[in-house]
Write a protein that binds this ligand. Structure first.
Ligand SMILES: *Cc1c(COP(=O)(O)O)cnc(C)c1O
Length: 450
């Protein structure tokens, strides 16, 4: 019931924000306002951060250290990282760019985790100098770390990522725990487990184990099985070492998100339930815990608002030509069956639009035929000047801009709704200017090839 009310309130906030975005000129049906804007529901982000922390806190033995690190790639915007930091969430970064964003947001090194499969020696050195936690992806990386750790005292907690090889979900490209996934040290390959235990015994400074076995399309029990394998391995290493060498388990992120409706499912509480069932000892305080959720923290709180510029019928196929396409929803455009998005119709004033549904294609602005957000979608007939809302786009969509056709990155605004129903916007990322596009496209190097 509480969850249902949450959902209804979020939908009500969204409709208020759409109308206010039009009234305040952030987006519009004519050229008096930009044709495209992205919104983030600040209260929704806070609520998800609180739900994550509460779900684990309720299950963990009192006093157990827990760090929830947001996977920066899901929404690499400094003000968002700052908001999450204020809510008690750290950062998981996968390279120098994301690390720089986390630092710009003021996230302390002690609340930052570096996990990338191809860290350079320089990146490792920087992470250790800062005291950022590092998860090595493979045994060659461990050999690099040997040299760095040998050179002086290290504050960074260091672990190894394992691939439990528990199997794929429904989306191959996002499945991290298949027999042949590129991530981590495979656990079930012949001899691999013994090599890994030996690697820990040889390196008393290895104190963590890491797995990230979930993702969109992966069922909870399968994710939980990967975590159980992680826990089993930690117990085996500690038994072999005769001490609690591994003191912290990093269980990654990967909670799937429901893109079909406003309902939040599965919830963090349900995930904790699945973990308690599969690996009850995880919560008994024997190990500190790190999590790395991305999509599940942000996806539901992002909305794209785009103008319908033209409508036409081609070969009896009604098409709405809008400003939201492959630049914002790259995965949906290239893999529509795996990444379906809802389309919410609004009129030019930003009011929800109704009318007898007609099957329509919703196209983006890019110059290739496949640039479609939806095909044969039943919607009230769209007209030029209407707006479409594309919800659930707060993670991996408009913050993972794809520069096709030199389409500019649109502005991102956070919004909050006052108790009286007023909407306040705060700019989180300005729209990219044409001058910026020219500059990053070699404009200042114009004559370089003459
Ligand atoms: C991408 C990633 C995450 C976050 O995954 P979500 O599906 O967004 O929760 C966490 N950890 C690692 C190592 C990742 O690569």
């Amino acid at each position: 019931m509480a969850a249902e009310m949450h959902t209804q309130r979020a939908a009500a906030r969204r409709d208020l924000a759409v109308r206010a975005a039009v009234e305040q000129g952030l987006v519009g049906g004519t050229d008096e306002a930009p044709p495209l804007v992205c919104l983030l529901d600040t209260a929704g982000i806070r609520a998800s951060a609180a739900a994550l922390k509460d779900a684990f806190e309720a299950a963990l033995a009192p006093g157990t250290p827990a760090l929830h690190a947001f996977a920066v790639k899901a929404c690499p915007l400094v003000p968002v990282l700052r908001l999450l930091a204020e809510a008690g969430i750290g950062c998981e970064v996968a390279g120098p760019g994301e690390l720089a964003l986390a630092r710009a947001a003021g996230v302390p090194a002690a609340r930052t985790v570096l996990d990338s499969p191809a860290k350079t020696a320089a990146e490792l050195r920087e992470a250790l100098a800062l005291g950022v936690a590092v998860n090595a992806d493979n045994l060659q990386e461990l050999e690099r770390l040997d040299a760095l750790v040998g050179a002086g005292p290290v504050r960074s907690p260091i672990g190894v990522r394992i691939n439990p090889q528990t199997g794929a979900g429904t989306i191959g490209a996002l499945s991290t725990a298949t027999a042949t996934s590129k991530f981590g040290v495979a656990l079930r390959d012949p001899g691999a487990r013994d090599r890994l235990v030996r690697a820990y015994l040889d390196r008393p400074w290895l104190t963590r184990l890491h797995v990230h076995s979930g993702s969109q399309g992966v069922p909870l029990p399968l994710i939980a099985q990967g975590v159980r394998d992680l826990h089993d391995l930690a117990e085996e290493i500690n038994a072999a070492a005769g001490r609690r060498q591994v003191d912290t388990l990093d269980i990654g992120g990967g909670l799937p998100v429901n893109f079909a409706s406003d309902e939040r499912a599965p919830t963090y509480a349900q995930y904790v339930g699945a973990l308690r069932e599969a690996v009850p000892a995880l919560f008994d305080g024997g190990y500190g815990l790190v999590t790395e959720f991305g999509r599940s923290l942000l996806a539901k709180h992002g909305l794209v608002l785009a103008r319908v510029e033209y409508t036409k019928s081609t070969g009896a196929r009604p098409i709405a030509l809008t400003h939201a396409g492959v630049q914002l929803a790259t995965r949906t455009v290239y893999a529509p069956a795996q990444w379906p998005l809802r389309i919410l119709p609004y009129d030019a004033k930003g009011a929800p639009k109704d009318g007898d549904p007609v099957a329509q294609d919703v196209a983006g602005p890019a110059c290739f035929a496949g640039d479609l957000l939806a095909t044969a979608r039943e919607l009230p007939p769209l007209a030029p000047g209407d707006l479409i809302g594309v919800p659930d786009t707060g993670a991996y969509f408009f913050t993972a801009h794809y520069g096709y056709n030199s389409l500019p990155r649109p502005a991102v605004h956070g919004f909050t709704v006052t108790p009286e129903g007023g909407v306040r916007f705060a700019e989180v990322r300005p729209a990219q200017s044409l001058a910026e596009i020219v500059a990053e496209s070699g404009g200042p190097l114009r004559d370089a090839l003459l």
